[in-house]
Write a protein that binds this ligand. Structure first.
Ligand SMILES: [Mg+2]
Length: 126
C-alpha cells in the first residue's frame, strides 16, 4: 500500500498554518502538547478496550470504525509534528537516531521473535 502522496515538509506546513490561522501557538506549550498526545493516544486505545487481540484486528475491517481509528492516529501525528514545528525539532533526524539507539538496544540475534524488554537481556549478560 502506498501512502497518500504528500511530503513531510508539506504536512509540517499545513499543520503550522492551521495552528497559526487560529492563533493557537499561545496555548501549545510542550506541557500542553505532550498531554494532548497522551489524550489522543487514550482515544485510540478506547476503540480497542476490552477486545481480544483478534477482535482488535477485526475492528479495522469495519469501514466506519477504521476511519475513526485513522482519525485518532492522525490526531497523535498532528500533535507530534506540531510539537516539532514549534520547538525546532527535526522529526526525521530524531526518528533515525532513535531507531539506531533501538537497534543497539535490541540486537536482532538476541530479540528476534521475542517480546522481552531489553533489560531482560542486560540482566542475562551481567
Ligand atoms: Mg481525537
Amino acid at each position: 500500500m502506498k501512502d497518500y502522496d504528500i511530503t513531510l515538509q508539506e504536512i509540517k506546513s499545513r499543520i503550522k498554518q492551521f495552528i497559526k490561522e487560529r492563533d493557537w501557538e499561545q496555548f501549545h506549550s510542550p506541557k500542553n502538547i505532550s498531554m494532548s498526545i497522551a489524550i489522543e493516544a487514550a482515544e485510540l486505545m478506547e476503540h480497542f478496550q476490552w477486545l481480544t487481540i483478534e477482535q482488535s484486528k477485526q475492528l479495522l475491517k469495519n469501514k466506519k470504525k477504521r476511519e475513526e481509528i485513522e482519525d485518532e492516529l492522525a490526531d497523535i501525528a498532528i500533535y507530534i509534528i506540531d510539537f516539532c514545528n514549534l520547538f525546532n525539532i527535526d522529526i526525521g533526524k530524531s526518528i533515525v537516531r532513535k531507531l539506531d539507539k533501538s537497534a543497539k538496544k535490541y540486537p536482532v540475534y538476541l530479540v528476534k521473535g521475542k517480546s522481552h524488554k531489553y533489560t531482560y537481556y542486560r540482566k542475562l549478560k551481567s
